[in-house]
Design a protein around this ligand. Structure first.
Ligand code: GRF
Length: 184
């Protein structure tokens, strides 16, 4: 599959996908990156000669994704809601740093998720990779992994523990989707 990765921030999940591609963990290729702003994670695109676009213009994004022959959009810390226009044209998946449906929906992104998990004294958190539909964080779940956070003393510690698992989970999902595609 030809992948496009969408980012808004540091891009550690994007970097994990680049590493997985380079090590041959999956066959897919990251063909393109889209950022809604000059995100720090774009340095990984530059370092690895992956073309990228900084834009919020959906028509421009769709046009470019078609030029790059994209099969799958991976939202990896992308903080803009994906519109129907894009969903009508592409399959989109997202990584979310909680065990959805818990701590999902409007306002639950980034540290907001981990702050809420910490305040609620959860012992287990985790990660969810799911298909994206028009309702925020409500698409079908592809893979979920739990993380023991009982020893975490702060929301930041939870975030670090969850992020480690995110990197593992996302590349496994790409491999799983490749295998599912082969079965059809
Ligand atoms: C991750 O926790 C991801 O689940 C969330 O935003 C964060 C992005 O981290 N959607 P990074 O930019 O991949 O480092």
């Amino acid at each position: 599959m030809n992948l496009a990765v969408f980012i808004s921030g540091g891009g550690s999940n994007f970097k994990a996908l680049i590493d997985a591609q380079n090590s041959g963990f999956f066959d897919s290729k990251i063909n393109y990156v889209v950022a809604n702003k000059d995100a720090a994670g774009l340095r990984y695109a530059r370092d690895n000669n992956i073309d990228y676009l900084i834009s919020k213009d959906e028509d421009e994004i769709i046009k470019n994704l078609k030029e790059y022959d994209i099969d799958l959009i991976v939202l990896a810390g992308y903080l803009v809601k994906i519109s129907k226009k894009i969903l009508d044209e592409f399959t989109v998946i997202n990584i979310h740093p909680s065990l959805l449906p818990k701590y999902g929906g409007k306002g639950f992104y980034g540290m907001n998720v981990h702050n809420a998990v910490f305040e609620n004294k959860e012992k287990i958190s985790g990660v969810t990779v799911h298909f994206v539909n028009e309702n925020l964080d409500e698409g079908d779940v592809i893979l979920q992994k739990e993380v023991d956070i009982s020893k975490c003393q702060s929301a930041e510690e939870i975030s670090k523990e969850v992020l480690k698992i995110e990197h593992q989970t996302l590349k496994e999902v790409i491999k799983k989707l490749e295998e599912d595609e082969c079965e059809h």
